[in-house]
Design a protein around this ligand. Structure first.
Ligand SMILES: [Mn+2]
Length: 359
């Protein structure tokens, strides 16, 4: 996303204040977390039924859990409402293992509450959010327009809202439960992509604080849970269909429901010792998708797929990862019959041509 890396756009040589475009300016209305917390609590009373709305991902789910904890004893009840069903398997595992109570929002049940809060998002991000009279908005995305709410805390320079929420918990002298700490640490790890993307010292501090409180077995299970049982059948097919030529492994799948599984299998095949290239293709809808991974040593996957497949469809990528998406119709002049074997051979042939070193 564009909000990452923009911080380094500074042209100034002096180390005064970092340059920030307007949308990356934070909205901070209080001098400290303690003051902000007081202000937030002041907006609620014990009769309120509060609803925290989220577009569910690990950071927003964890932040909502933390906010629910912060509101405990300040309101009658707090529910966490999601605006779309969770599909990612890692996130489903998170919700199941941590037993997180989430409700699916619709036009009707969203009216059953007195006060509304939004975390890890802004009203302008979703149609449903736009209709809600928010009491509080806490976020780290760039500011499009200042949300109209009594409590707003937006810090686009933070890697995760989970970091902001960890700071709030600490200001409130609340020790997070193991469940909450595990959720928050996963929120930080996901949004900073294990600290490979924009990360502040604050994100690292929050991570360290949560580390000893989290359940690392559950965390690991959540992080590795990206396969369904149905995917295992595709693994079997991919392993049975594989062909190896020199340091390359090729495999083709007859039909996949999502190109994501091709990525997972391509990365899996690259684990094989002595294999430097993994080329996994499959038919998704009316497209042939080719996923390429390599070990990144003096290789260029992006150039290789462009040479092999450009002119037939979209092809491109980086040095170590690339993808091509080719409409099956574009294969009509090239293949007499589009059987899985013929397509597999076609991919292999094109890739070898596009990458003469393999001859
Ligand atoms: Mn986030």
């Amino acid at each position: 996303m564009s909000r990452f890396n923009t911080r380094n756009a500074s042209m100034t040589k002096t180390r005064s204040k970092p340059y920030r475009p307007a949308e990356l300016k934070p909205i901070i209305r209080w001098r400290s977390r303690t003051e902000a917390l007081k202000a937030l609590h002041g907006l609620f009373n014990y009769k309120d039924r509060a609803l925290i709305t989220i577009d569910p991902d690990p950071d927003s789910i964890a932040s909502a859990m933390a906010l629910k904890r912060l509101l405990w004893r300040h309101v009658q009840s707090t529910a966490i409402g999601i605006i779309r069903p969770i599909k990612r398997l890692n996130n489903l595992t998170m919700v199941r293992l941590l037993k997180l109570p989430l409700i699916q929002l619709n036009e009707k049940n969203i009216k059953d509450f007195d006060k509304y809060l939004l975390v890890d998002g802004q009203p302008s991000h979703h149609e449903l959010f736009q209709k809600v009279p928010y009491t509080a908005v806490i976020d780290h995305h760039p500011v499009k327009s200042e949300p109209d709410a009594p409590f707003v805390d937006i810090r686009p320079h933070y890697g995760a809202v989970s970091t902001m929420m960890t700071e709030y918990l600490r200001a409130a002298a609340i020790k997070p439960s193991q469940t909450l700490a595990t959720a928050l640490i996963y929120g930080i790890k996901t949004d900073t992509r294990n600290f490979e993307r924009q990360t502040l010292e604050e994100d690292v501090k929050a991570f360290l604080y949560l580390f000893s409180r989290a359940n690392h077995n559950i965390l690991r299970k959540i992080e590795i849970s990206d396969l369904s049982l149905r995917d295992l059948a595709l693994f079997k097919e991919a392993i049975e269909n594989k062909t190896v030529s020199r340091d390359r492994i090729y495999s083709h799948l007859e039909k996949v429901n999502s190109p994501d599984i091709l990525v997972i299998i391509a990365e899996f095949m690259l684990k094989v010792h002595d294999i430097s290239w993994s080329i996994v293709s499959g038919v998704h809808g009316d497209q042939l998708v080719v996923i390429v991974r390599n070990d990144g040593y003096r290789k260029d996957a992006g150039k290789a797929v462009t040479r092999a497949f450009s002119g037939l469809g979209n092809a491109g990528g980086h040095k170590a990862m690339a993808r091509a998406e080719i409409p099956l119709a574009a294969l009509d002049p090239l293949l007499q019959r589009k059987t899985p074997t013929a397509i597999a051979r076609f991919v292999k042939r094109r890739f070898a041509v596009g990458h003469p070193a393999s001859k």
